[in-house]
Ligand binder design. Sequence first.
Ligand code: SAM
Ligand code: SF4
Ligand code: SF4
Length: 371
Amino acid sequence: MAERVIPLVDQRVAALRASVPEQAIPASGLLVDSLGRPLRDLRISVTDRCNFRCSYCMPKEVFDKNYPYLPHASLLTFEEITRLAKQFVAHGVQKIRLTGGEPLLRKNIEILIEQLAQLRTVEGEPLDITLTTNGSLLARKARALKAAGLQRVTVSLDGLDDTVFRSMNDVDFPVAEVLAGIEAAREAGLGPIKLNMVVKRGTNDHEILTMARHFKGTGVVLRFIEYMDVGATNGWRMDEVMPSAEVVARIHAELPLVQLEPSAPGETAERWGYADGGGEIGVISSVTHAFCGECNRARLSTEGQLYLCLFATQGHDLKSLLRAGASDADIASAIGHIWHGRSDRYSELRATLAPDTGTGQRRVEMSYIGG
Ligand code: SAM
Ligand code: SF4
Ligand code: SF4
């Protein structure tokens, strides 16, 4: 009988205690880590559950009916999320992305969006609030999300070939319904819409051009993501990674491209425009071209742990601090203290690190801390 993979509960529980430093660290709108990187972007995972089983993220063999998802009481409430987010914003966060798991599975997510939409940056501006979704529930929810204050969405879609897509999401979900979700988002005004396509060599790389042709000239910004070694369950192999340079070359051969300037510091995607003015695409080269030097992203897990890197093995437990009655000033200090100590730059070091096996330090799953 095949051995069952051990559920990944351990590292979720074994978070580092978030402590309040003796010397207060008041929020000043600029918080830099030990490598001089400011905190600007907060990704909040609102659920560790998903209705898809993409093999690169939540493989069925691990995320089956016995998988110990977080119990409801462990999840941060919307009020707790908003209270934490407020302190992050006071430290300089300008952009919040809701993710998961599948964020649209979280009941009443619109209420959280309404609360977050009330926050203002230190300059008094509204936040840039967005959400990454697999699109399966978007046709139903797009209007309510917009009304709640969501500005735009990123939808994940790994191909237009129905057979390929159904097999990649591994729950037989049809392309047509995701396309309907994208259309609903456009009609609701949730734009500019970005589309994430994870490219796995030998699985969906033949869909690169089909996707580029389909979305060229539509205003949708298609972004090709290198298949990453996140988590510890997806069986990642370097030979399945298609370097972004190859993706760009393939598209350029048929649809000439010119490189564009980055839209913001710390932007993960390298931008390319169609030479004939038919819009732009992006490539996210997390494997072949590390962008840790400008990484300004913090991640808040579903149960309130702060992660400083997508590839971290441990988070910092902010929920316990909250639930122990910490004041806003204490929370701001704790966040400041944690960010000051940040030195993570996994992608830059990837080539020199030992594989993620047998160390007892499993990396967290992407479905837990969000993409
Ligand atoms: N369920 C939502 C979705 O799929 O859009 C949000 C969460 S998902 C973890 C966020 C993004 O991470 C998606 O665009 C997904 O394609 C991407 N992703 C997940 N696993 C990945 C991997 N191993 N390599 C690269 N991207 C990955
Ligand atoms: Fe679910 Fe998104 Fe992960 Fe796919 S990538 S399994 S849709 S969380
Ligand atoms: Fe940021 Fe970590 Fe990714 Fe580097 S590896 S870009 S530090 S999340």
